[in-house]
Design a protein around this ligand. Structure first.
Ligand code: NDP
Length: 433
């Protein structure tokens, strides 16, 4: 705490992981002897930089850029960029720390990192977004590379922003280095299924939970928070698997449509018009919009928080439990507070943590890197099949590891321990570096 004052979210994510590691250090004193845990909590490198740019009125704006290169024990640093006014070092470090274990769980050769800026894209013109991205990359380019650090998207950074960032990288370096960024467009080095991957992957994970109990999505009522990239494709896969999404949200409030959310309408509002979710009711008057309300008040069997950190607290968790929710899977990073996780555990609600349940996005980014390295591009079906295999693998690894360490059925402990041991073993092999 003293070394990292004020970094609340980072402290929260470190506590969450360390809480699970008791049985591991009992069994493996070599991790304590080599200070592997202390080393893991200290980023290998942290970069903070000025991002100056000129707005449409000719006014100079100054934002702050971040890239925290947390761990390269398993491969190049890998993790997204977030553009949101709430971004500061504590958020970037929490996301980077989570990313180490998530990337490890995928079984693919990628280290952990994260970055972003306190830039707010809302209400900005295309020209402003482009100039901001160009300025951001003008500093970031010297720190990243196919073998060094490979950023991707996150909140506020989608295909459009990755395009502007990649364009500037290519221009400055005079290299068509496709593997330097993931989440690219399909005509310039991107991978099929990357757009859908995080949301689809989360739903594949829940499908595995259901299948392990001889159950399925068929007819299940599902509530999703957010209406961004992760939320939209989680909703799409729930629909495809026979479930019914009845509510979703954005930061202004939530909508309930008991007939099932009209996903094409949400896509049009969010992906094309970049409008507020309240406009959904203009086209579907039978639906309700609740301003500033909590989507977790809507009765459902499965809840998928897909918006942002700490969006689901203890009282929301209790409301979900009372209303009959049985499974919660985190599509977002750390959306459930520690109180919420405790409430789910006490009520025997199955809880799948983000580092396992939302790992499909980064896993498909690693598949994009594979395709770039081999100058290849795979079909949608093949890539989705690979994503499904990876998510099943993560699910099984969480459960097997939980069994091995005497915490049967605990996905949180299983994910933390499996993710941790793989990174720790690589660190031991690489010496004190
Ligand atoms: P988007 O920017 O596409 O969407 C974010 C959604 O969350 C929007 O609907 C946004 O509403 C809402 N939201 C953001 N901040 C808040 C807030 N403070 N309160 C309420 N709602 C909010 O981001 P993504 O879908 O890409 O990311 C969502 C989450 O998933 C994040 O936690 C991210 O780290 C995580 N994640 C994303 C991955 C990816 O591949 N994209 C991979 C793994 C995890 P509004 O538009 O009103 O702000």
């Amino acid at each position: 705490l003293r070394r990292n004052p004020g970094e609340t979210e980072f402290h929260q994510s470190v506590h969450e992981v360390l809480d699970s590691l008791g049985p591991v250090v009992d069994k493996h004193p070599e991790y304590t002897d080599s200070e592997v845990i202390r080393r893991m909590c200290e980023p290998e490198r942290q970069i903070i930089f000025r991002v100056p740019w000129v707005d449409d009125l000719g006014q100079v704006q100054v934002n702050r850029g971040f890239r925290v290169e947390f761990s390269s024990a398993l491969g190049p640093y890998k993790g997204g960029l977030r553009f949101h006014p709430s971004v500061y070092l504590g958020i970037v470090k929490f996301l980077g720390f989570e990313q180490i274990f998530k990337n490890s769980l995928t079984g693919l050769p990628i280290g952990g990192g994260k970055g972003g800026s306190d830039f707010d894209p809302k209400g900005r013109s295309e020209g402003e977004i482009m100039r901001f991205c160009q300025s951001f990359m003008t500093e970031l380019y010297r720190h990243i590379g196919e073998y060094t650090d490979v950023p991707a998207g996150d909140i506020g950074v989608g295909g459009r922003e990755i395009g502007y960032l990649f364009g500037q990288y290519k221009r400055i370096t005079n290299r068509y280095e496709s593997g330097v960024l993931t989440g690219k467009g399909l005509t310039w080095g991107g991978s099929q299924v990357r757009t859908e991957a995080t949301g689809y992957g989360t739903v594949f994970f829940v499908d595995e939970i259901l299948r392990s109990r001889g159950d399925s999505f068929d007819g299940k009522k599902v509530v999703v928070s957010g209406s961004g990239n992760v939320a939209i494709y989680a909703m799409e896969k729930v629909d495809q698997l026979g479930g019914r999404v009845i509510a979703c949200s954005d930061s202004s409030g939530y909508i309930v449509d008991e007939n099932g959310i009209d996903l094409e309408l949400v896509k049009e509002l969010k992906e094309i018009k970049r409008a507020r979710i309240s406009e959904y009711t203009d086209a579907r008057p039978e639906a309700r919009f609740i301003e500033n309300g909590s989507v977790w008040d809507v009765p459902c069997e499965i809840a998928l928080p897909c918006a942002t950190q700490n969006e689901l607290d203890g009282s929301s968790a209790k409301a979900l439990v009372q209303n009959g929710c049985r499974i919660v899977a985190e599509g977002a990073n750390m959306p459930c507070t520690p109180d919420a996780v405790r409430a789910f555990t006490e009520a025997d609600v199955t809880f799948a943590p983000g580092k396992a349940a939302n790992a499909g996005g980064v896993a498909t980014s690693a598949l994009e890197m594979q395709q770039n390295a081999s100058r290849d591009s795979w079909s949608f079906e093949h890539t989705e099949e690979r994503l499904g295999e990876i998510m099943r693998g993560i699910h099984d690894r969480c459960l097997e590891t939980a069994d091995e360490y005497g915490v049967e059925g605990n996905y949180v402990a299983g994910a933390n321990i499996a993710g941790f041991t793989q990174v720790a073993n690589a660190m031991l092999a690489l010496g004190v570096v």
